[in-house]
Design a protein around this ligand. Structure first.
Ligand SMILES: *Cc1c(COP(=O)(O)O)cnc(C)c1O
Length: 384
């Protein structure tokens, strides 16, 4: 059996090596290292793929979130509601811009921001909601957009983990994640579903004026050379990374299908195990049913009930199976984001999830033998 890895970037690279190497060499020869033609080509191809009017490439997914918030003109003291159970980047940029983060609980089935909790958290100061499509599963965008409309709020989708996912509205209409809110961010960190070989990110919007504003912000607030109209940042996607991403974008749907196939095999193996809750629970749609692809499995995350999750982590590591705990501490209990307004009783789900979750190896190169070994090892442990 091939050695099991949490993410197998080498295996994936070896299959596209010739195309990637050639594309990168073209950039090296062209010397157009910054904002070269490859960046523009990738931007156009990603706009087409997403079905969105504007893609603005930038340096990483954290910048993308920050720049999206700057573009919307959010002001110090404005309240921004986001999920308590996510990677810290989401809340970090809110705090950096001196906006007020308002963390709320998540749904125990989808792990995404809880709709009732959003409603409860709205005050006259609320200006925006940041849903995170956690682990590759679309948040309940229909409800979120409805709340936003009622209260005149912006919606900024953190799409770092779900690029390529399709969200289905109740009338059957579909849209790619990251094209539903007013603006969205994504990350091309190497292990993300569309990852480059360094850092990268992008902002998506269908709003022409906002796109124009953001294009200036990423470039030192310049709309005309050496005229600085607003305070901006320097946040660019390298031409070399764009060259790599343009090759990988052509494979994105296949990559996501490979992840979904692995997820289906995992869930099938665990379906009768009482101690395990598979992603999206025991509901019929696990985000992987045939006409629904709202989950692209950035992570495959189980809840381990009535068992010792940390001992399972140890056991898997002893057997040569890497795994991860995303995330071990809720954001509202992180030192940097403590706030006396928070009440533990409002975070029942995240407080529970941090004790139960474990993410199994998930990437595009997993084979049946590896999945079999992983599921057998997990089941032996939880049943013991
Ligand atoms: C990865 C990630 C980010 C940040 O992306 P970087 O490119 O690493 O800056 C933001 N939000 C979420 C949910 C992420 O998973």
């Amino acid at each position: 059996m091939k050695k099991i890895q949490m993410v197998d970037l080498k295996g994936q690279y070896s299959k596209i090596k010739d195309a990637v190497d050639q594309s990168v060499l073209e950039v090296l020869e062209s010397t157009a290292y910054i904002n070269g033609p490859k960046v523009h080509e990738f931007q156009k191809n990603l706009e087409t793929y997403q079905g969105v009017k504007h893609v603005i490439p930038c340096a990483n997914g954290t910048d993308a979130l920050q720049i999206a918030m700057m573009g919307l003109g959010l002001q110090p003291g404005d309240e921004v509601i986001t999920a308590d159970f996510t990677f810290a980047a989401t809340v970090e940029v809110i705090a950096l811009l001196q906006l007020t983060p308002v963390l709320v609980d998540v749904d125990p089935v989808t792990f995404n921001i809880d709709i009732e909790a959003i409603k409860k958290a709205i005050t006259p100061k609320t200006k925006a909601i940041v849903p995170v499509h956690l682990f590759g599963m679309c948040a309940d965008m229909e409800s979120i957009m409805q709340i936003a409309e009622e209260h005149n709020l912006f919606v900024i989708e953190d799409n770092a983990q779900a690029i390529g996912a399709n969200y289905t509205f109740s009338d059957g209409r579909k849209a790619k994640s990251g094209t539903i809110g007013h603006v969205a961010s994504t990350s091309f960190f190497p292990s993300k579903n569309l990852g480059c070989y360094g850092d990268g990110g992008a902002i998506f919007t269908n709003d022409d004026d906002l796109a124009h504003t953001i294009r200036g912000i990423v470039n030192h607030g310049m709309y005309e050379r050496y005229h600085h109209d607003v305070v901006g940042v320097n946040s660019r996607l390298d031409s070399i990374q764009a060259a790599i991403l343009d090759i990988k974008l052509k494979n994105l749907d296949n990559y996501n299908k490979a992840r979904q196939k692995a997820a289906r095999a995992y869930s099938e193996a665990f379906k009768n195990i009482d101690q395990i809750i598979t992603p999206s629970g025991k509901s019929e749609c696990q985000g992987i049913c045939h006409d629904c692809d709202c989950h692209v499995f950035h992570q495959y995350t189980l809840r381990i009930l009535n068992s010792d999750r940390d001992a399972l982590v140890q056991h898997l590591n002893d057997k040569g199976i890497p795994c991860g705990v995303y995330y071990p501490i809720p954001l509202h209990r992180q030192k940097a984001y403590l706030d006396e307004r928070y009440n533990e009783a409002d975070f029942k789900v995240t407080n529970q999830l941090v004790k139960e979750v474990i993410s199994l190896p998930m990437h595009t190169e997993l084979d049946d033998e590896q999945i079999n070994f992983i599921t057998t090892t997990v089941i032996e442990f939880v049943k013991a």
